[in-house]
Structure formats: C-alpha cells, structure tokens
Design a protein around this ligand. Structure first.
Ligand code: C2E
Ligand code: CA
Ligand code: CA
Length: 526
C-alpha cells in the first residue's frame, strides 16, 4: 500500500502465507484491488487457476520460469497498466494529470512532508467568467482556451528562477493538475517560505492575463487563485482543498484576477514581505545602509588583527531592520547583488581609511552570499572595485558559507582559486553547520575556518559541542588553516580557546559590532 507497485509477481507456494491468502487480502483492499498480478506457479490444475483468477490474478507463468517469457509478460502487463492509468489519471484534452491523481499525490506529499518536516503549498486556479468565454468561442474554442492556459501555467512553473532558487532548494517541485471544468491545481512541494507561493501565483495571473488568440479572435482572461499550505491549514486533501477553495471564493467575491492565502498569518507575512521588498528596493538610493565593524582579535595577544563588516539597514519606513530579516529576502529577489556590491565598495573605503590612519596590517572581512558569487558580473565587479580603490586584495577577506559548495563543487573550487589567485583571503563562515564534505575541505583554497556561534555557546559546559570546537581547530591546523571563533561572550570560552590554540576570536566579550566612529575610538585606545 505504501509503495504503490504497478505490478506484483506472486508465487503460490509461499511458506508462511499461502499465495491464495495473499491474493484474497489484496482482493479485499480497495487501494490494491486493481493491481495487476502475475501468478508464478508449478500447479497446473485448472481448478487452482480459476480460483486465482477469481481472486484477481491477471496472468500466469508456469515454473520453471523462462527469462524471456517473464520479460515479455512484465512488459505487456505494464503497457496495459500504463494505458489504463492514462485513461484513469489524465485529462485527455490538456494531457495534464487529473483530480484523482492530484488527490493521491497530495496525500503522498503530505505524508512525506510530515516525515521530513517540510512545508507544502496547494493552489487552486480557476478562470474567471469561463462560462461567458465558452459561450463566446463555442465548446471547441473553450477546449482550446483550456489547453493554452495549461501551457502558460506550465511555462511559469518551468521557469526555474522564479523563486530565486539557489542550489539548496532546487528540489522544490511544482506539479500541475487539471482538477475539473475550468480549474487547475498546483502542488508546490518542499517550499521554503509559504509566501514564496505568492510569487508563483502572481506570475500565473500575469501569464493568464496576456491576450489569447482563439479561433482568430483575441480574448482576455483573468484567474482567481486560492492558496492553502501544509501544515498551517490542514493535513489532508479534503482539509487543504477546502481551505484553498475558500480563499479562492474570497478572491472571486472581490472581482477575481488575484490570489489569496487561506491563513491569516501567511497573508500577513506576505504583506510584510512585500513592504520590506519595496523598502529594500529604495534603500540603496536613499542611502539607508551602513556597515558596522566587529573586531577579530588574536586569542593569545589580544591584538585586533582585523574587522568583520556587518551590514545594517536603517529603513526610513520601518526603522532598524536586522540583517537576518532582510538578507534572505534580498537573496531571493536578487537585490543582494547590488547591495553586496555596495558593501564591498564601502569595505574598500574603510580599509583605505584604516591603513591611512597607520593600521596597515588590518584586514577587513566581507560576507558574500551564494547568489552574489553566482552572478556572472561578480568577478569583474570585485576586480573593478579593488583596482579602483588601489587596494591590495590581501587585506580583504571574503567569507563564504558551505552552502556555496552544495552543487558543482569542482567548478566552485575553480572560481574560489581565481579569487585567491587575485590575492583575496577566503574564510568559510559558520563552519560545521552546512554540509560540506570533508573530502573537499583539503582541496578548498581557503585560509580560515570560522567556528559557528552555536558550537561556541555551550562549549564550556556541553562536552559534545566542545568536541566539535576542538575537532575543527585540530582539523584546521592539520590543513594549515587559521581558525576564528565567533560569538565569544564569556571569559571561560576565551580560556578554552587559548588552551586549544584557536587563532582568532570575535564576540561581545571584546566588542559588539560598532559603527565606524566607535571603531576608530576602539582602535586608538589600544
Ligand atoms: P555572521 O556572518 O555569522 O555574523 C556574525 C553575527 O553574529 C553578527 O550578527 C554579529 O552581530 C553576531 N555576533 C557577534 N558576536 C556575538 C556575540 O558575542 N554574541 C551574539 N549573540 N552574537 C554575536 P548580525 O550582524 O546580525 O549578522 C547576521 C548575519 O547576517 C551574518 O552572520 C551574515 O550571515 C549576514 N550578513 C551580515 N552582513 C552581511 C553582508 O554584508 N552581506 C551578506 N551577504 N551577509 C551579511
Ligand atoms: Ca560572517
Ligand atoms: Ca556565523
């Protein structure tokens, strides 16, 4: 029942349960009743054959089994099954899977999502005033409309860039179904933020709104979309579909041509996201970004060796927004590319100031996001900036995360080598929280591993966290890399680092990230 096989090969002479018992169990199960079953038996008496047929067997193979014969029977049975499935599960007009398959897939997807703690979204899409269209272009024209709409929605979901997906989440799956008359359903599997479904819904609405040629006349369509999400709105087909249809109905009452989430919180999250995104788009022009700097300090000598630049957004509309609230959004929408360029430029200016003030060995660290790194203009941008400011890239440390190495590792290593070739220093940020394989660690051209704060937090009291910290330091030193411990708040943590020969640390114990002016005060007081 769990695997939903397409075919069963059954031996009648099983030791524990007889073949006939098995057959009758399957025969009484609604879900398995129509499963094709080939009986493999040496029993030739017609009576047992008839009995087996009565219990739902579809074919026989006599023992000893001939390989070629077996292959042929399997092939024929599967071909017949595929044909039946096509009839039972697909809409012949649009060639899309139908409501029956949608129900099965949805229940299956919910099961999987429960197991892996994933989230799902379900969208029901219906054409507004379709009856009027049908009356206008006639039934065959109406069919044509449905086909064209199906292709347009497919076009939208085929566009992989739609959610600004990165390697981490490219296994989001979207499946389209034709669920009845003028309705389609879309299942979004493993979606990261539910609000992302809104991006997809918007694109679908836009795609449907484009004028459509049917029987040589131009027609104009709009659609209403309702969205329900798992786990927020329900746990099975009936509940989720009910919620999504309710939301869709609400859109209809307000004139259609729009979408709506069923749950209030998600609508609120979407609205917040929209206004955040709007604000972010203006932030660069309005000069609302600023960098703060957190010292990176030598564990043994307590001397400041560098500073990490951390982005701050002081929005004129919403006030100070923490980076964890806006950077993921900027990554999704791609805004991180121009913002990241601003950060590097600003960090270069700061480096110049620090060196001019006599602190000529200070290094400035900059956080890079995967999206920035994957941007085709990245290398020329960074080169232009360092040459423009005549900066020696040795004094710039680029912090990347393990997620960068999630796919196409060989190529990523090449790109990283290009950066070190230009002279930049490289650090792996939040080391240990991602999935980098140890196999590649030794091949990466990096200078430094930054141990994530989550390991440091409890390292003094929690022996397994301590073990991670010690192992990372040991691993790094074996490979000739430096280590930086993040988030040091207590003396005991620093003592541990000293004992274990960690190279650098940063954290509130020494200093919070501070604005430029404070940084200079901090540096000159030492
Ligand atoms: P991160 O790179 O791991 O930065 C360290 C974070 O830990 C910073 O948070 C910092 O303020 C915080 N922190 C430092 N010491 C302590 C401590 O002792 N205790 C505690 N509780 N926290 C400490 P922040 O500034 O909020 O930055 C969060 C994340 O935002 C950064 O994590 C980084 O991933 C990202 N980010 C910040 N600036 C940029 C940027 O310019 N570009 C990109 N792509 N990402 C950035
Ligand atoms: Ca960092
Ligand atoms: Ca970190």
């Amino acid at each position: 029942e769990e695997t939903k096989p397409d075919l069963l090969l059954l031996d009648l002479d099983l030791s524990k349960l007889s073949g006939f018992d098995t057959l009758s169990v399957i025969h009484q199960n609604v879900k398995l009743k129509h499963l094709p079953i080939i009986i493999m038996t040496s029993a030739t008496d017609p009576e047992s054959k008839v009995r087996a047929l009565d219990l739902g067997a579809t074919d026989f193979l006599a023992k000893p089994i001939d390989k070629i014969e077996l292959g042929l029977r399997v092939k024929n049975t599967l071909a017949a099954k595929a044909y039946q499935d096509q009839l039972a599960y697909y809409d012949p007009m649009t060639k899309l899977p139908n409501n029956k398959l949608f129900q099965e897939r949805l229940d299956w997807a919910v099961k999987k999502a429960k197991r892996y703690n994933d989230r799902l979204a379900l969208m029901t899409i219906v054409l507004d005033k379709f009856n009027r269209i049908n009356a206008m272009v006639g039934p065959s024209g109406g069919d044509d409309v449905m086909r064209q709409v199906a292709r347009r929605i497919e076009g939208v979901i085929r566009n992989v860039d739609i959610l600004g997906r990165s390697a981490e989440d490219d296994d989001i799956k979207m499946n389209l179904f034709r669920t009845d008359g003028s309705a389609f359903s879309l299942l979004l599997d493993r979606i990261r933020g539910e609000e992302n479904a809104a991006v997809v819904a918007n694109r679908i609405i836009e795609a449907i709104r484009e004028p459509m040629k049917v029987e040589s006349s131009n027609i104009y369509l709009t659609a209403s979309i309702g969205i329900a999400t798992f786990p927020a709105d329900g746990e099975d087909y009936a509940e989720l579909m009910h919620q999504a249809s309710g939301a869709r109905g609400y859109v209809k009452t307000r004139g259609g041509n729009s979408f709506q989430f069923s749950s209030k919180e998600i609508n609120a999250a979407y609205i917040k996201r929209l206004s955040l995104d709007n604000g972010l788009r203006k932030a660069l022009d309005r000069d609302e970004f600023v960098l703060h700097y957190q010292p990176e300090v030598n564990v043994r000598t307590n001397a400041i060796e560098g500073v990490e630049s951390l982005l701050r957004w002081n929005s004129s509309e919403t006030g100070l927004v923490p980076p964890n609230d806006f950077i993921p959004l900027a990554e999704e929408t791609g805004l991180i590319v121009p913002i990241g360029e601003w950060v590097i430029n600003e960090a270069c200016l700061q480096l110049k100031k620090l060196h001019k003030a006599g602190m000529t060995s200070l290094v400035v660290a900059v956080n890079l996001s995967v999206r920035q790194f994957n941007d085709p203009g990245f290398f020329s941008m960074i080169k232009r900036l360092v040459t423009g400011h005549s900066i020696d890239p040795r004094f710039i440390k680029l912090e990347i995360t393990e997620s960068l190495l999630m796919d196409d590792i060989e190529n990523k290593i090449k790109m990283l080598k290009r950066l070190t070739g230009m002279g930049f220093q490289l650090a792996i940020d939040d080391f240990g929280t991602g999935f980098s394989s140890l196999k590649y660690i030794s091949k990466l051209p990096v200078d430094e591993l930054k141990i994530d704060r989550s390991f440091i937090m409890d390292a003094v009291n929690n022996s397994s966290n301590r073990a991670v910290v010690l192992s990372v330091i040991f691993l790094a030193h074996c490979l000739g890399l430096r280590t930086v411990a993040e988030g040091i708040e207590e003396e005991e943590q620093l003592d541990l680092l000293l004992k274990e020969r960690c190279d650098l640390y940063q954290g509130f114990l020494f200093s919070k990230p501070v604005p430029e002016k404070k940084l200079f005060e901090l540096l000159s007081s030492r």
